[in-house]
Ligand binder design. Structure first.
Ligand SMILES: Cc1cc2nc3c(=O)[nH]c(=O)nc-3n(C[C@H](O)[C@H](O)[C@H](O)COP(=O)(O)OP(=O)(O)OC[C@H]3O[C@@H](n4cnc5c(N)ncnc54)[C@H](O)[C@@H]3O)c2cc1C
Length: 498
């Protein structure tokens, strides 16, 4: 007779795998059902004719072994055997014939801004002082307001309070309004959007200056596979090509799941690490809902979906700057909107992604889900839109790198519908709830509910219950849930790196 797993986890993204790993460390029997064929969800890459195109990791918080934020990655052994690349530059932004280099080292970044805009010495120094303050702390990946995180963790955030109070309500738009230099006023919003909270940028640059936000060589899928191996080695089970259609509920208690092949599987606990909207409104038919949760989906902005153009190029570009945003003389039309800039990333720092002497170059555009959804049924139109974007991108790159058009061996275009199809994420979002003042307050406070009103033995983890999304929050989401379950069962929460 088949024994029932005690915990069913929907989705083998980083949050689902992490839930499985910590659950196994604490004695739960776990079964993950994943609709795709691979682990990782959004944390993925794909291969085409000898090139690997990465779909996720730009910077991963917690790569510095000296940092507390490294601990969960050690526990899930995500970085085992991996080389970390810490870039010198985050981004080059070209505006009006000048170039701002956003160095990852805060001193160099400060000098670069002051050299270009000496009249803004004071606000620039205030900005970099905030970055240095955050960098001087060893912040764990816990949510500061989470009572389960413990006193030590909560107090480690206390020194960040002055930065929070000074900058917590300031957006990029507010900050640049204080600047005198027209160049800096235009360049900085190209580093992070106009509505982006400045404190979010400060956190990012504080991690970077501490060499704590690197890139694991091998890319996103290899990273996810390492975590999957950890889960399997701990005795966890995964079934791929297993799409969960419904969550079974008996007496307002989650009792298991039904797959799209009609088979039913039961467990004591059901954890959804899949898309939030699909979980609440489709798998549970919107039956367990209140105004607060409905309000999230009605009003909170999400990280916009993207169009990703990936090129495999028979050309050595190892001496070119890796990450650049430059203005276009002739705009590009993407999903019905004119783009006057092009941002590209050259992956020369990861030799595993292209054959020797060749290069992967990628261009990302934020995009409009509704535009793509409207043409989804018309394959010819959909394909021709994709092709038109690639043609325009290659044409503009040719002007910058003469001869490149003839050296391109592979062209791959992914749209918001690609993201939706492969990961199920609502409207193709790449990271769930957008970082805004409101969602940051939530993330730093008591967080978003991980349960649904009236439904017992059911939890949600991952980017749709952790505002701001990202890989560190995904791994912590599973960790926090299992800790909570252990606390409820009055047993110690066990973690191990062994
Ligand atoms: C282009 C891009 C760049 C990014 N860059 C970074 C970065 O530099 N640093 C960073 O920290 N984060 C980055 N992110 C964000 C990060 O990838 C995500 O926030 C994180 O991976 C979310 O993990 P998750 O497990 O919560 O969700 P997901 O990855 O969405 O996992 C959900 C899983 O559930 C499965 N699923 C869905 N529905 C079902 C169903 N019905 N049945 C069974 N399975 C189902 C999906 O197939 C998927 O595997 C980036 C994302 C993108 C797309």
């Amino acid at each position: 007779m088949k024994t029932e797993p005690t915990m069913i986890i929907i989705g083998a993204g980083i949050a689902g795998l992490s839930t499985g790993i910590y659950a196994r460390m604490n004695g739960f029997d776990t079964q993950i059902y994943e609709m795709g064929s691979l682990p990782g969800g959004l944390c993925t890459s794909w291969s085409r004719k000898g090139y690997t195109f990465d779909g996720c990791i730009q910077w991963l918080v917690g790569t510095n072994p000296a940092s507390s934020s490294h601990v969960p990655w050690q526990e899930v052994r995500a970085l085992e055997g991996k080389t970390i690349y810490d870039p010198e530059e985050y981004l080059r932004v070209e505006v009006d014939g000048q170039c701002l280099i956003v160095y990852t080292d805060v001193d160099r970044f400060e000098k670069a801004m002051i050299d270009l805009a000496p009249e803004d010495l004071k606000p620039v120094k205030e900005l970099t002082a905030g970055i240095r303050s955050l960098a001087s702390m060893d912040l764990p990946l816990d949510t500061p307001g989470d009572p389960l995180a413990g006193v030590k963790s909560a107090t480690s955030f206390l020194p960040a309070a002055p930065v929070w109070f000074k900058w917590g309500k300031v957006t990029m738009k507010d900050f640049v309004a204080r600047l005198k230099s027209p160049f800096l006023r235009r360049a900085l919003p190209l580093v992070a959007g106009e509505d982006f909270p400045i404190v979010g940028l400060m956190f990012m640059l504080s991690w970077m200056t501490n060499r704590n936000a690197g890139y694991p060589i091998g890319g996103s899928l290899e990273f996810a596979k390492t975590i999957e191996q950890r889960y399997l080695a701990l005795g966890g089970k995964i079934e791929y090509h297993a799409r969960v259609e419904k969550i079974l509920v008996e007496n307002d208690t989650a009792a298991g799941i039904r797959l799209s092949d009609g088979s039913e599987h039961r467990a004591a606990w059901v954890v959804s690490a899949a898309d939030g909207h699909a979980t609440i409104f489709d798998m549970l038919d919107g039956k367990y809902l209140n105004d607060t949760i409905r309000g999230y989906y009605d009003t909170f902005p999400i990280f916009q979906p993207i169009v990703q153009v990936s090129l495999g190029i028979n050309r050595d570009m190892s001496h070119a700057p890796a990450s650049v945003s430059f203005p276009l003389e002739q705009p590009i039309n993407v999903s019905g909107t004119e783009r006057t800039r092009l941002g590209y990333k050259i992956y020369h720092f990861d030799p595993t992604l292209a054959p020797a002497g060749k290069t992967v170059l990628q261009v990302l555009f934020d995009s409009n889900y509704a535009y793509w959804k409207a043409i989804a049924g018309d394959t010819e139109r959909y394909e021709s839109e994709k092709k038109a974007i690639a043609v325009q991108v290659i044409d503009r790159l040719e002007k910058r790198f003469p001869g490149i058009a003839g050296q391109i061996e592979v062209v791959d275009v992914a749209t918001p519908l690609t993201t939706e199809r492969y990961t199920g994420n609502w409207q193709g979002s790449i990271e769930g709830w957008m970082v805004t003042e409101k969602t940051m307050k939530m993330a730093f406070g008591k967080g978003m509910d991980k349960t649904l009103p009236g439904l017992k033995h059911f939890y949600m983890v991952g980017q749709w219950v952790e505002p701001g999304g990202g890989l560190p929050t995904a791994v912590m989401s599973g960790r926090k849930l299992v800790k909570q379950l252990c606390q409820k069962a009055r047993k110690p929460f066990i973690t191990t790196t062994q």
